[in-house]
Write a protein that binds this ligand. Structure first.
Ligand code: TDO
Length: 184
């Protein structure tokens, strides 16, 4: 397993080692001992989520507030997505910056998005199946978000605006400037 920290401290890209043989292939999609050693912290995942999306569907940018904050270990089971993490830690040198990484069933890359980040992804292939582990439970009341096309974060989602599909809920999310007023 190869784990590399991104320019956003605490946010990692993980590439599992794939073992190929005549039957197909095998890989460890998660190994707690190795994972915690490489990221240098303990993480107790308590919830696994899975979502299916059509091309152009953009989910995000989401996070949960305060004690309900979630770290996420995300990966793609089929298709290809652009996965985005936005640093929302006010005391961070990279506050307000984002990273975008292509995750696909083919490259098998994963992203670890720590607490204190906003997270979103867009499906670039015809469909995608997306799976992730969370270290805190879903708590509807503490759900927050930032509008995907925020003018100060300026995320390049790789698809034309006309191809992007967002839920009504996500389309009404506030701008970065407004969303951060509530953060510590
Ligand atoms: C996230 C979540 C949703 N739900 C329900 C609420 C709702 O009725 C339905 C769909 O929820 P959403 O529209 O929020 O799903 P979605 O837009 O896929 O939300 C997810 O987006 C990505 C980017 C993340 O990072 C996740 O943490 C999560 O926020 O599923 C749960 O029951 N448990 C959960 O953990």
């Amino acid at each position: 397993m190869k784990i590399e920290e991104t320019k956003l401290k605490g946010c990692f890209v993980i590439e599992p080692e794939i073992f190929h043989d005549e039957r197909g292939h095998f890989f460890e999609s998660f190994n707690q001992k190795e994972f915690e050693k490489k990221i240098g912290q303990k993480v107790d995942f308590v919830q696994d989520n899975q979502s299916f999306s059509k091309k152009g569907v953009l989910r995000g940018i989401h996070f949960q507030m305060g004690k309900y904050a979630q770290a996420k270990l995300v990966r793609v089971l089929s298709g290809k997505v652009l996965d985005v993490a936005v640093d929302l830690r006010k005391d961070s040198k990279t506050f307000g910056e984002y990273i975008a990484v292509e995750l696909s069933a083919e490259n098998k890359k994963q992203m670890f998005v720590p607490r204190g980040f906003g997270h979103g992804f867009i499906t670039l292939s015809e469909t995608s199946e997306f799976a992730y582990k969370c270290d805190n439970f879903y708590q509807k009341e503490s759900e927050r978000g930032i509008i995907y096309n925020d003018k100060s974060i300026k995320i390049d989602w790789q698809l034309a605006e006309s191809e992007i599909i967002v839920s009504q809920k996500d389309n009404q999310l506030p701008s970065f400037d407004v969303a951060i007023l509530e953060l510590n």
